[in-house]
Design a protein around this ligand. Structure first.
Ligand code: HEC
Ligand code: HEC
Length: 239
């Protein structure tokens, strides 16, 4: 019983599993975030009074907005697709996109390498939150907003995929995705860098990406199987 209880943290009447409690850092320092914004984002995005679209869309009132929802900005087809699937910029998704844009939107036009330091992301988001409609309604510390978003340890990324096993598993996938790699309404998945493929599958598995069919496909796969599929579809692209 004792060992069991040690896995939980008691805050008043709230019982929070340790893993979550450990991640529930307050959102961050908006003043420090202004500097992060200036260095990382301002070359492409404006924010604040009279902000206009530039290389990227302006980022006023981004919280809870649907992805790709400014009619007067030309987004990538990939971002528009996520928007149609229901992707909204809540804290968790915003954090994931800033950490690694391609994890959330594979074909995004935002050519930004990502910001890996969770504390700097938290500061940045605290700053951006000041330009939302109702900053007071955006949680200071949604537990899920913290930590590495698409939770992939180095071990998961290091798994060598078994190509033959991947081929065996792929028959389910190719009922929808074309083996030729063609994009026919459903995106092509042949010839991708393995890491992008693995990260995308985990983004569905963790429900960061909204598409429900792919969420349930990914949920049935374990880490080895995802690695095997990544290796197979990459090899298929080389044939
Ligand atoms: C090199 C230019 C560039 C940089 C740097 C950049 N972005 Fe972007 N950003 C873009 C482009 C272009 C898009 C549109 C992406 C698309 O259509 O796929 C975009 C899209 C976005 C979106 C989605 C907006 C919407 O309306 O759905 C968010 C949020 C965002 N960027 C935040 C950031 C933040 C925060 C930073 C800094 C950490 C940043 N970006 C850095 C170019 C950039
Ligand atoms: C019932 C049809 C269906 C099946 C089966 C299916 N997919 Fe998908 N897949 C889709 C659709 C539709 C999308 C686009 C989803 C979206 O908008 O995020 C997609 C997206 C993806 C993406 C991201 C593509 C991108 O450009 O972002 C990957 C990777 C992927 N699927 C891999 C797989 C793998 C691996 C399997 C087999 C284990 C599989 N899919 C099975 C329909 C399917």
């Amino acid at each position: 019983m004792r060992a069991f209880l040690q896995r939980f943290l008691f805050i008043g009447a709230l019982v929070v599993p340790m893993e979550l409690a450990a991640q529930a850092i307050p959102i961050g320092d908006a003043v420090a975030g202004a500097e992060v914004y200036r260095r990382e984002c301002a070359s492409c995005h404006q924010i604040g009074e009279d902000a206009q679209h530039r290389i990227g869309p302006h980022l006023n009132r981004i919280f809870d907005r649907g992805a790709g929802s400014h009619d007067d900005f030309r987004y990538s087809e990939a971002l528009l697709r996520q928007g149609r699937d229901g992707l909204r910029w809540d804290l968790r998704r915003l954090d994931a996109y800033i950490e690694n844009p391609r994890a959330l939107v594979s074909g995004t036009r935002m050519s930004y390498r990502g910001l890996s330091d969770p504390a700097r992301r938290a500061d940045l988001i605290a700053y951006m939150r000041a330009y939302s409609d109702q900053p007071q309604n955006i949680p200071e510390a949604a537990p899920t907003a913290r930590g590495r978003e698409v939770n992939l340890s180095a071990e998961i990324l290091a798994i060598e995929g078994d190509i033959e096993y991947g081929e065996y598993l792929s028959s389910e996938c190719t009922t929808c995705h074309q083996r030729s790699g063609d994009h026919a309404g459903i995106p092509g998945i042949v010839g991708w860098p393995e890491e992008d493929f693995v990260v995308a599958m985990h983004a569905y598995k963790q429900k960061l990406r909204p598409h429900e069919v792919m969420q349930s496909v990914a949920q049935r796969l374990d880490d080895e199987e995802i690695a095997a599929l990544a290796a197979y579809f990459l090899a298929l692209g080389r044939e």
